[in-house]
Design a protein around this ligand. Sequence first.
Ligand SMILES: [Zn+2]
Length: 221
Amino acid sequence: MKLFWSVYLLCFHTVTELLEGDSSRKIVEIICRSSWLKSENHCVRIDRVLKVHNMQKTLARFEDYREAVKIKASKLAKKHPRCLADGNELLRFHGTNLACSLGMNGSSSLCVSDKCCLCRIIRYGFSMLKGGVGVFTTSTSGRAFELIEINEADRYTRKALIVCRVIAGRVHRPLENIQDMAGQTGFDSLAGKVGLYSNIEELYLLNPKALLPCFVVICKT
Ligand SMILES: [Zn+2]
């Protein structure tokens, strides 16, 4: 059974729920809650936490992208130690919505509804929006949560936060006009809003391969 499950995970993108008390779940809760407090006075209400099982080819693509960023950084005259070390990997939040019952009652099957952004991201990876600057991420769960747009009339749609590993690479900051900056070469990501202590609160990744979804936090509305 264990072998079957391992093979299954290699072949399909899927998720499993992390139950209350699970050590990974505790870590995800801490990441969400500690980063929420910086900007908000109330806390994200966590309904469920899911672990994303990425396919081997998705992991390989993420690692290939990291190598490409490191090689690019090694050719620059100005050295960026973090880029050379690990491609400047960060943990970030991406807010999205969920229109199905993923994670509910042990359900781990991704839906095919075009209204369900979460399942689309887990199945196909992140994508660039038409005319968009890049894939938007935040350093705080609160900021990611408040920027999620959901149709209030549709009571089945909920907010979800994807906790991602991100290869930020060379970050362009500060930002005057992001539309102008997007065409510039040499940068891997663009800082939007920079918070206190020069923490990059909002970051746009210029390549969707730079993001690896790891956990999903489904929020209570
Ligand atoms: Zn779905």
